[in-house]
Design a protein around this ligand. Structure first.
Ligand code: FES
Ligand SMILES: [Fe+2]
Length: 439
């Protein structure tokens, strides 16, 4: 008997994922590229003790309204029941797994699988099985078959400020505790004091890992560097006041900046901040500055507030543009950024116009988001061959993640990794893990 496999083929040794520092100032590049890590994230993280963002209540206002969304790789249907409650279930039939709902959104009082027409109510309970009793006394399901045992896989749902969240886990802490006081206060500030409505959707497919976006949105350090035009046009400068606040786990960040009267007084004095880059161009001007002349409409002085909630939600106020950004991972090296732009009940036509105008700044083809997407692509390209190596996160100081009153920092990124590391059950950071010792 012959074999194509030489008897002496050595066993494959998986490279261990190591986190060299306890403060997460080093992040293994493998977490952005390894397909096995990606699969583990689906189970340990998205199906673990997290509240996943599912949509906004204003998107499904009426009985039977539904829309589909994603938790990691899993498609979810979110529906409004007759009693006004919101339900969420997996979009996969309890019979043989077919996708049930094909549209992005719509209205239906029940959902029927196209394959063998098993039918479910708005809570995901199985209510109809064609030929359940067979025909002419023959066939059908066995006597022990009970419809109540074959409902769709449902999620526990909670809402705050019109945002809908779902969790697979009975032990996930109450939503407000999970969000933390800063997130709750900002959700109330942005979404409760005025009644939001969606004024448009955009999707951005980014060729980078979903966690790179979580880094990017927790990274005010890059805001006046990658987006250098923001400095030239006085939108964001390194001199701007602001800071970050973290929740108890470090996973959720509120990052804010305040435009001060003197921020743009002398951009030339910023030359130290751009030492040796040759990039600062303070004399550039916009031909059409109308984009920059839209007044802030909340009146509380915050120029930009980015609320990043673990694992995939960002509620952003950039000037007077309001958006809910949702990350939909598409494998280790791609993510879809789904953006719902918001206006508010009672907006004047001028306010609506200004909000849509400002989308030019942060939509997928807008100046800012286009650059962020490109930065993610560059990182994904840059790290794919650096297996076993680590990034460096030291800007703003090292040590345990904490709140800051400054913006040139990567501390909030380290907070994200601290929680990610715990959720994924990696070996303790700062020590070799067991596999490494045994190799
Ligand atoms: S797979 Fe859905 S009814 Fe058969
Ligand atoms: Fe950015």
């Amino acid at each position: 008997m012959t074999s194509n496999t030489p008897a002496s083929t050595p066993p494959t040794v998986e490279r261990p994922i190591t986190w060299p520092t306890v403060d997460f100032s080093r992040v293994p590049y493998d977490v952005f590229t390894d397909p096995q890590i990606y699969r583990q994230e689906m189970d340990k993280l998205f199906r673990g003790e997290v509240w996943n963002y599912l949509g906004m209540e204003c998107e499904i206002p009426a009985w039977g309204d539904y829309q589909t969304t994603w938790i990691g790789d899993t498609q979810i249907v979110v529906t409004r029941a007759k009693d006004g409650s919101v339900n969420a279930f997996e979009n996969s039939c309890a019979h043989r797994g077919a996708r049930i709902v094909d549209k992005l959104r719509g209205n239906a009082k029940r959902h029927t699988c196209p394959y063998h027409l098993w039918t479910y109510n708005l809570a995901g309970d199985l209510t109809g099985v064609p030929l359940e009793k067979g025909h002419n006394g023959k066939g059908g399901m066995p006597p022990c078959f009970e419809k109540k045992d074959h409902g769709l896989r449902t999620l526990r749902v909670a809402t705050r400020g019109g945002l809908i969240f779902g969790t697979y886990c009975d032990t996930t802490e109450p939503l407000e505790d999970y969000l933390g006081p800063h997130s709750v206060a900002q959700i109330d500030r942005l979404l409760v004091q005025r009644k939001p409505k969606v004024i448009g959707y955009l999707r951005q497919k980014i060729p980078g890992n979903w966690k790179l976006y979580n880094e990017n949105v927790r990274d005010p350090y890059h805001a006046s560097l990658l987006h250098l035009f923001q400095v030239s046009f006085g939108i964001q400068t390194p001199a701007m006041q602001g800071g970050i606040k973290l929740d108890k786990d470090g996973k959720n960040t509120w990052n804010h900046s305040i435009m001060g009267a003197n921020d743009n007084a002398n951009l030339g004095q910023l030359s130290d901040a751009y030492a040796d880059t040759g990039k600062l161009m303070p004399d550039l001007e916009m031909h059409d500055p109308s984009l920059l002349q839209v007044p802030l409409d909340l009146g509380d002085g915050y120029k930009t507030t980015l609320l990043s909630m673990f694992p995939t939600l960002i509620v952003a106020q950039v000037g007077n543009t309001y958006a809910v950004r949702h990350l939909r991972p598409k494998g280790p090296d791609a993510v879809e950024l789904h953006i719902a732009y918001l206006g508010f009940e009672g907006d004047t036509p001028e306010q609506l116009h200004n909000r849509l105008l400002a989308v030019n700044l942060i939509g997928p083809a807008g100046y800012i988001s286009m650059e962020d997407g490109e930065a993610l692509r560059l990182v994904q390209e840059g790290v794919k061959a650096r297996r076993g190596d680590h990034s460096v996160l030291e800007m703003g100081g090292i040590g345990k993640p904490h709140d800051t009153d400054y913006l040139s920092q990567e501390i909030s990124i380290r907070g994200f990794w601290q929680h990610y590391h715990r959720m994924m059950g990696f070996a303790p950071a700062g020590t070799p893990n067991r596999e490494e010792e045994s190799v």
